[in-house]
Design a protein around this ligand. Structure first.
Ligand code: ADP
Ligand code: MG
Length: 239
């Protein structure tokens, strides 16, 4: 179980997250939902101990800092450098580095894992391409392949579907569902409310504080969404 206890984050004097406590069961797909600036990315970063925060995070009751190798994380696209000169297969191989000692070369078995991961997301033909040549959707698939190569138990993705094509979205979602059935725990920051029911088992609804957390059926309703987004929210067919 992944457990956050009273996580709070302040940027200078601005309180971005206030005392968030959640417990996430393994083998589930959880969406982190909330308006722009709600603190969704901040929540992932605090859980990963990338930014200063108050509160604690545990994996199976052990401090998360002892378990960071079990987590794969793809940050929000705006934070990623697309122009970095690196081949697709090298980018995915970074997922295997967590298990390698510094300067140890990648062995054949690890390359096999890299190509298997690329195949899974239908990107094996691109293994020798530069990442700068890829479309947004292809790149996001490569980043997911990197998570697969890492063989992580927990996968954190920040807005993976923004600006990508439908086929890539479908491949990514199918892969994540498969991972979930293998017992992996997937956490996705997501903003498209129309897909929420289709994609997730559970939802964390945020706006600086935790508005609701639980199954999609219990959380994804007008009252909660209005509390998070305000009265002007257009919910459409999603609800
Ligand atoms: P979301 O991902 O839900 O859109 P963020 O977690 O990125 O929201 O940000 C939450 C709030 O914290 C926003 O108001 C944002 O402007 C602010 N914020 C995020 N990162 C920083 C930072 N490094 N310094 C100052 N303020 C920040
Ligand atoms: Mg964000």
């Amino acid at each position: 179980m992944l457990k956050a206890e009273k996580l709070s984050v302040s940027y200078n004097n601005f309180l971005a997250l206030k005392e968030i406590s959640i417990e996430i069961q393994e083998g589930t797909l959880t969406g982190i939902i909330g308006p722009n600036g709600a603190g969704k990315s901040t929540l992932l970063k605090a859980m990963l101990n990338i930014i200063p925060h108050q509160g604690k995070v545990f994996i199976n009751n052990e401090d998360i800092n002892k378990n960071l190798a079990k987590i794969a994380y793809v940050e929000q696209k705006t934070d990623i450098d697309f122009t970095f000169p690196i081949k697709v297969k090298e980018c995915v191989s970074m997922g295997t580095y967590a298990e390698l000692k510094v300067f140890q070369r990648i062995k054949n078995s690890e390359w096999e894992r890299v190509f298997k991961a690329l195949k899974k997301v239908n990107m094996e033909e691109y293994s020798n391409h530069q990442i700068g040549e890829l479309s947004g959707g292809q790149f996001q698939r490569v980043l997911l392949a990197r998570c697969l190569a890492q063989n992580a138990d927990f996968i954190f993705l920040d807005e993976p579907f923004v600006g990508i094509d439908l086929i890539s979205e479908r491949i990514i979602m199918d892969t994540l569902k498969e991972l979930k059935y293998q017992g992996k725990t997937v956490l996705i920051v997501h903003h498209d409310l129309s897909k929420v029911k289709k994609y997730f088992d559970n939802i964390v609804l945020l706006n600086q504080k935790l508005i609701a957390y639980g199954s999609v059926e219990s959380v994804f309703n007008e009252v909660n969404l209005k509390e998070a987004y305000g009265d002007t929210i257009f919910i459409g067919e999603g609800i």
